[in-house]
Design a protein around this ligand. Structure first.
Ligand code: UDX
Length: 435
């Protein structure tokens, strides 16, 4: 099939490359000429394990272009995978989606299915359909289908090729048939549902996961107070198949491009319709305060941070990505700097993006964990990179001036610190060598 994909971010590019790997001819369209030039050379503009290899293997079926007219005019299927960033009121900004819809309306010269992959508020597909039909230049049939994505950054290729489910939201039979054909070689359950239900599935799924994390974080906080261990507790909970053992890791809250945005968007949508979702509002509130958990713990050891050397391990919102969107590091490091601390950062891939967001003369970057810890008064772990998880914990006391490690991602078993001099405090567990 001849497929066009609008937008080459995580959703668009991964979708395009995976579709090409299944034999479709795919044109990936983006307004950014620099990005397109890079992709034409077989280079991926985003950091995503496995993507560059899959891209290079399928270059004969992949075209990258800034020219939307020639890309859309004879495509059988056009995926919209552009961003829907959060507006200041929490609602989703749909301007990029509508921009593409307009381009499709004036370019399509053949019957086609427009597939909305971007996360959009419920009812948006209907609006996009009317919008395209209003602005349509040629007399062809343009269907609109919703096909939300469930990929996670860092495992996006696997999550697309071996999806948990492929949701096809359509109001007519024809676009459903076309999308089933597009995905015929994908080994995943295919669910054909109404368009509004498909839009809702995406929000309801993401927000449920966010809720699960906020719930376990509150349980973790209580565990600390009452002397229980959250890891033992979640292990016990996870055996119940109705609860499941995934997404029960306590920590300093969720970040990334989806959970924070999608919880706020659904909450906004619900309030707008006089139908408040209190559980989601609570999940957002819990997450907002959970992000500051390490700073609050640090205050127990130091009244102020003035002139303290603070080592920060990891600044991305999770390992396996260079993405910093809504990462706890972004709200914590400025607090440390405001209080006069010297911040020493290590992150294997997030450094460049962090520099773009925060620049301060009191920040130093290091390429090894050892150098970062040298002479530090405090170490904060924001991301569970495997280098941190596999780090020899004895080195904390060897290298740091005062070995206090506050771990926001529960990277180590408590037993690892027994018999050391390091004060180790994590989330929802007892503190080892407290002082
Ligand atoms: C998420 C969804 O998983 C994916 O299905 C959706 O399409 C997009 O949003 P992503 O944002 O890439 O994917 O990352 P994910 O692995 O879900 O983690 C999100 C955040 O939750 C991270 O900050 C992570 O550290 C945190 N998290 C995750 C926890 O704090 N505890 C957990 O148990 C799991």
């Amino acid at each position: 099939m001849k497929i066009a994909v609008a937008g080459t971010g995580y959703v668009g590019l991964v979708t395009g490359v995976c579709l090409a790997s299944k034999g479709h001819n795919v044109t990936c369209v983006d307004v950014d000429e620099q990005k397109v030039a890079m992709m034409k050379k077989g280079e991926s503009p985003i950091y995503e394990p496995g993507l560059p290899e899959l891209m290079r293997d399928n270059m004969d079926r992949l075209v990258f272009s800034t020219d939307y007219v020639s890309s859309y005019k004879d495509a059988d299927v056009i995926f919209i995978g552009v961003g829907t960033p959060e507006k200041t009121d929490g609602s989703a900004n749909l301007s990029y989606v509508y921009q593409v819809a307009k381009q499709i309306a004036v370019s399509a010269e053949k019957d086609c299915v427009v597939v909305v992959k971007s996360t959009v508020p419920i009812g948006t597909n209907d609006k996009i359909e009317s919008y395209i039909h209003d602005k349509q230049k040629h007399s062809v049939k343009i269907y609109v289908a919703s096909n939300p994505e469930f990929l996670s950054q860092g495992t996006a290729v696997r999550d697309t090729l071996h999806a948990s489910r492929i949701v096809i939201g359509v109001n007519e039979e024809e676009p459903g048939k076309v999308l089933k054909e597009v995905y015929q070689d994908f080994d995943a359950p295919k669910l054909v549902v109404g368009r509004r239900s498909a839009e809702m599935i995406k929000y309801a799924s993401n927000d449920f996961l966010a809720l699960k994390i906020s719930y376990v974080n509150e349980i973790a906080n209580l565990c600390e107070t009452v002397g229980a261990d959250v890891e033992e507790v979640t292990m016990g909970m996870g055996y119940d198949a109705r609860i499941g053992d995934r997404f029960l890791n306590a920590g300093i809250g969720y970040g990334g491009s989806c959970f924070p945005k999608d919880t706020k968007a659904l909450s906004w949508l619900a309030s707008f319709n006089d139908n408040e979702i209190r559980t989601i509002k609570a999940a957002i509130e819990v997450n907002d305060s959970q992000k500051f958990k390490l700073i609050k713990k640090a205050k127990k050891y130091y009244d102020e941070f003035l002139f303290l050397n603070v080592a920060v391990l990891g600044c991305t919102f999770k390992p396996g990505t260079d993405d910093l969107r809504e990462a706890p590091s972004l709200v914590n490091i400025p607090l440390l700097l405001e209080d006069g601390a010297n911040v020493r950062i290590w992150d294997p891939v997030g450094e460049e993006n962090f520099k773009k967001k925060i620049s301060n003369k009191n920040i130093q970057y290091f390429s090894t964990i050892e150098e970062t810890l040298e002479g530090a008064d405090l170490c904060l772990i924001f991301t569970e990179w495997e280098q941190v998880v596999n780090f020899d914990v004895r080195k904390y006391e060897e290298l740091m001036k005062t070995p206090i490690v506050l771990d926001g991602r529960n990277c180590y078993p408590l037993s690892a610190f027994e018999g050391t001099k390091t004060t180790y405090s994590s989330i929802g567990r007892r503190t080892i060598n407290d002082r």
